[in-house]
Design a protein around this ligand. Structure first.
Ligand code: ASP
Length: 404
């Protein structure tokens, strides 16, 4: 009999979690700590993993590689982002979603003012890198790791000990990810059981069309758009998606791109993508590249506009696409962050921002699908960039060569 590997057990945990959650219902929430333990273990890895892999990865870039990587990364992030907006808005526009939905009495929602764009840009530069590392501020850490890597490369031989040290930390962290994955089946089981057990069918029913459309849009992106783009770039899409499937499964259960990042990095590495590409494209993507969130925000905005009886014009649709794309960039990779940022889209098209209270009760269900797509989005950009840079490891099937 074929041995069931960790990934097989994780899938079993996922399926059993759904079944147990559906049968037991609300009382299953007592096992929540088992899921939180798993998320904490994953979060523990994020800072040392990003920092060490990115700094050591960038230190190997020569010539114009860094500039080229930045250009390509943002090109692929936002090419898929624009396609996602088109898919979401066609679905939402055609379905008339939200029309006649009872708005009722709305609770007042506290909306934080949006930070100024210049301040956001300046905040990426850490005034104290140690503080950023301690607080886990991902974008400043990425910035510092990139400039450190560049400086290691420029310093040459004297910086070799530092480079070797960072490489050693990176390899050790990948090992640690592997150990944490052993707990994955139990963690995934607990998270899924709690997710499913929390919601009864009666809560979900009025939202059936919204849930269906968000899932459909995400499925189109996942099974249609990404495979098409990968095939166009000479990559075997389903081979790759199968290789990295642990990442969307973990994202679906944890609802956090950031917590899933260590897993995404490991599966992409195992799929034959070198560390330096993974460490460059994935951490940044986990914070600023979220197709799933953008689609959810666009569909939810149309849903709420229709519920409030606001007549949407072509202008509104264009605004929704632009603002949802921007809002998804500003969304943190943690559960529920996309709902808060939805207020930005609503504000832009004149929908009362209190409308987010209507969605809040079922947001976790929508979060699962969008987070799974958010992480896949990053993994797809990574493999395409590795392919175009000629960086895929030669033994990888992705490059069309048999595994030796
Ligand atoms: N939970 C999502 C993520 O981590 C963000 C969101 O709420 O849309 O990717």
């Amino acid at each position: 009999m074929k041995k069931i590997g960790v990934l097989g057990w994780i899938l079993i945990g996922f399926a059993v979690g759904i079944i147990v959650g559906a049968i037991v219902g609300k009382p299953i929430t007592v096992i929540r700590p088992l899921g939180t333990l798993f998320i904490n273990l994953l979060k523990m890895l994020i800072v040392p993993l990003i920092f060490s892999t990115l700094a050591s990865g960038v230190s190997t870039f020569t010539g114009g590689k860094l500039g080229r990587m930045i250009g390509k990364t943002f090109f692929w992030y936002y090419l898929t982002g624009v396609i996602a907006m088109v898919v979401a808005l066609i679905l939402a526009g055609m379905s008339g979603i939200g029309t006649g939905f009872p708005v009722g009495e709305l609770k007042k929602v506290e909306i934080k003012p949006m930070p100024h764009l210049v301040d956001v840009g300046l905040a990426i530069i850490p005034t104290n890198p140690i503080e950023s590392l301690a607080k886990g501020d991902v974008l400043p850490i990425i910035f510092f790791a990139i400039v450190l890597g560049m400086s290691i490369a420029a310093a040459g031989k004297v910086a070799d000990p530092l480079k070797n040290f960072l490489e050693a930390v990176a390899e050790t962290m990948y090992k640690l990810v592997g150990y944490v994955l052993w707990y994955g089946p139990i963690g995934v089981f607990a998270l899924m059981a709690v997710n499913v057990g929390t919601y009864g069918l009666s809560i979900l029913k009025p939202y059936a069309l919204l849930i269906f459309l968000v899932y459909l849009a995400n499925a189109i992106q996942f099974f249609g758009v990404y495979p098409a783009l990968m095939r166009l770039m000479g990559i075997k899409p389903y081979y790759y998606l199968n290789k990295i499937k642990a990442s969307p499964i973990f994202a679906f259960t944890t609802c956090s791109s950031s917590a899933t990042l260590p897993v995404t990095m490991r599966v992409c590495k195992e799929a034959g993508i070198p560390d330096r590409t993974c460490s460059f494209v994935l951490p940044m993507g986990a914070t600023v590249n979220m197709d799933g969130t953008g689609m959810y925000q666009a569909i939810s905005a149309v849903f709420l506009a229709n519920a409030f009886g606001i007549q949407l014009t072509a202008y509104h649709y264009v605004m929704i696409a632009i603002i949802a794309l921007l809002a998804s960039i500003g969304t943190a990779g943690v559960p529920g962050a996309g709902l808060i940022m939805l207020s930005m889209v609503l504000g832009a098209i004149g929908v009362p921002v209190e409308g987010i209270a209507i969605i809040a009760g079922i947001d976790r269900i929508l979060d699962m699908a969008r987070t799974a797509v958010n992480v896949t989005d990053d993994a797809v950009a990574t493999v395409i960039i590795a392919k175009t840079e000629g960086d895929l490891l030669p033994e990888s099937l992705l490059a069309g060569k048999p595994i030796s």
